[in-house]
Design a binder for this molecule. Structure first.
Ligand code: PEP
Ligand code: MG
Length: 324
């Protein structure tokens, strides 16, 4: 890590004109969490719980899950840790729970799997709740939400898990619950989804893949996968505006947030928090501290007029070079 960037560890992510935007991290393993905390992350915006599941040869028990989640929560306490419920399917299947489909990214994935297996979902939520006893820094996030009914069903199970944990004698605060905006259908239901939950978080990786109909892992079409595509930026801007209209906190946890050019555009759109891989955090912080929010908003206005992803990236990069 570059010395100058390291010096920024305890400095806030704040623009030259005083706009403060918290930088959080994405984690999966406990080592990520420790490294992230040491790099000055203010919270965890996405803990991918499928990672510990992938390290086992069977579903982890409630006791095992509770211990793993406790480590994450303790490492960051009192800062918040956003735990995403199991997001398997797509490109991630567990060796002990194989899913064979012709179109896995359009198939049984994320919340679709866990709502079909409420026993898995309840066990995971109970483990998270027990892990948060005395810390109360847990947030729960639901992946691959497509319809409000899924949110209602998931909330119902979360309340039930909470009641059962309390009945078992554990005193635990009801956590904040949020949904991921990563399926294009959810972009058009921000108000209905947002009114049901405490926060929204955009998964720009899947949103890009689904909006552009480009497999995020297929090298043959990798050139077509671009989060700076004007359609993706237009969707991201709309999400931020619609969330603001109902006063619901909106953040982003896809790779775009860890890209300095992406980060300044997202900040200008009104995203209230950016969550990224910890390796990108120092760079993004340094860029934010070197610009003004007014400058970023002017740049965004210019970029939203452009019709080509490559021109957009070049424009933002040139603007960033000019401010040093
Ligand atoms: C995303 O889709 O942008 C995201 C953050 O989740 P994942 O990369 O785990 O699908
Ligand atoms: Mg995703």
């Amino acid at each position: 890590l570059n010395k100058d960037l390291e010096c920024l560890r305890d400095e806030p992510a704040i623009t030259l004109d005083g706009y403060r935007i918290p930088l959080w991290v994405n984690t999966g393993l406990i080592t990520d969490a420790v490294r992230s905390r040491d790099r000055g992350a203010e919270g965890v915006g996405l803990y991918r719980t499928e990672v510990p599941f992938m390290m086992k040869d069977r579903f982890p028990s409630e006791k095992e899950q509770t211990e793993i989640y406790r480590q994450q929560l303790e490492t960051f306490a009192p800062n918040p840790v956003t735990m995403r419920t199991l997001d398997i399917g797509g490109d991630k299947s567990l060796p002990y729970f194989p899913i064979k489909e012709d179109n896995p990214f359009l198939g049984w994935r994320g919340i679709r799997v866990t709502l079909d297996h409420p026993e898995l979902f309840l066990l995971q939520i109970k483990s998270m709740l027990k892990a948060s006893v005395g810390l109360n820094n847990l947030r729960i996030m639901l992946p691959m939400i497509t319809s409000v009914g899924e949110v209602d069903e998931a909330l119902h199970l979360i309340y039930r898990a909470h009641a059962e944990v309390e009945e078992a004698g554990h005193k635990v605060k009801m956590p904040q619950v949020g949904v991921m905006i990563e399926v294009p259908a959810s972009v058009y239901q921000i108000s209905d989804l947002g009114q049901r939950v405490d926060f929204l978080s955009v998964g720009s990786n899947d949103l890009t893949q689904y909006l552009l109909a480009v497999d995020r892992n297929n090298p043959r079409v990798a050139d077509l996968y671009n989060s700076f595509h004007p359609a993706v930026l237009t969707a991201l801007y709309k999400i931020a505006q619609d969330a603001k209209a109902i006063n619901k906190p909106v953040s982003i946890c896809g790779e775009l947030a860890g890209n300095p050019a992406g980060a300044v555009l997202l900040m200008a759109m009104g995203y209230e928090m950016l969550s990224m891989n910890s390796s990108n955090l120092p760079k993004v912080k340094s860029v934010i501290r070197g610009v003004t929010q007014v400058w970023a908003q002017e740049l965004l206005a210019e970029v939203m007029q452009l019709e080509n992803a490559q021109v957009i990236t070049a424009t933002v990069e040139l603007a960033l070079e000019k401010v040093g």
